[in-house]
Design a binder for this molecule. Structure first.
Ligand code: SAH
Length: 187
C-alpha cells in the first residue's frame, strides 16, 4: 500500500511530463538503465517478499513495534516526496534534463538541500527496509538506489551549473547534497 502511495504521488507529474519540450537531455540510455534497475530491485524484491515465501531465509528478527516504526518512517518519506514534487513542479524529469526555460528552484525543501527528492526516497527505502525486516529487500533497494545516486548526482550538478552558472555555484555553497548543510558557507 505504501509503494502504491509513492506511485500515486508521482503519477500526476509523470502524466504531465513532456519529453519533447526539453533543451538538453544527458546520458539518456544510462539513466533509463539505472531507473529500470532501481525499479526492478526495489519494487521487484518487495513484490517477491510480499507475494511469496522465497525471501524468508533473509528474515531479520526485528520486533513488531520497530517494524511499525519503519512503516511510519516510510510514510513520512512519501509525504516529504509529495512536498518536494510540489516545489520542483514542471522542472521534474525522470532523468537528467533541462527545460527550455530552466530556472533554479531554491525554496521550500530546496532551500537547504540540493537533492531533497533523493532524500525523500532514502527515507522511504530505509523505512521500508525496517518494515520488511528482510536483508535481501533492504540490500536490493538501498544498493540499487546508492548506485543511481553515485552516478547521477555529480552529473546532475554539472548540468545545472553549466546552465545556471554562478547562481548554481552560490546555491552549492549554501546547501548540502542529501542532508542540510551544518556549517555556514565560507565567505
Ligand atoms: N535531484 C533533485 C531533482 C530530481 S528530478 C532532487 O533530488 O530533488 C531531476 C531533474 O530536476 C533534473 O533533470 C534537473 O534538471 C532538475 N533539478 C534538480 N535540482 C534542481 C533545482 N534546484 N532547480 C531546478 N531544477 C532542478
Amino acid at each position: 500500500a505504501l509503494i502504491a502511495l509513492y506511485a500515486i504521488v508521482r503519477a500526476p507529474y509523470q502524466w504531465r511530463y513532456r519529453p519533447r519540450h526539453k533543451k538538453a537531455r544527458l546520458f539518456h540510455v544510462r539513466e533509463s538503465v539505472l531507473i529500470s534497475f532501481v525499479t526492478i530491485c526495489w519494487w521487484g524484491s518487495s513484490a517477491v517478499f510480499i507475494f511469496s515465501a522465497r525471501l524468508d531465509f533473509a528474515t531479520l528478527p526485528l520486533p513488531g513495534w520497530l517494524r511499525m516504526g519503519g512503516a511510519c518512517i516510510m510514510l513520512a518519506g512519501i509525504l516529504y516526496f509529495w512536498r518536494v514534487h510540489h516545489f520542483l513542479g514542471s522542472h521534474w524529469s525522470p532523468a537528467l534534463e533541462l527545460n527550455e526555460l530552466h530556472t533554479l528552484v531554491d525554496t521550500g525543501p530546496y532551500m537547504r538541500i540540493r537533492h531533497p527528492m533523493y532524500t525523500a526516497i532514502w527515507i522511504s527505502i530505509i523505512g521500508q527496509s525496517i518494515l520488511c525486516a528482510n536483508w535481501v529487500v533492504a540490500a536490493a533497494a538501498c544498493g540499487s538506489f546508492l548506485l543511481l545516486c553515485v552516478f547521477r548526482i555529480p552529473d546532475e550538478e554539472r548540468m545545472l551549473a553549466s546552465e545556471l552558472g554562478q547562481q548554481y555555484g552560490d546555491y552549492i555553497r549554501r546547501t548540502g547534497r542529501i542532508l542540510p548543510r551544518i556549517r555556514p558557507p565560507a565567505e
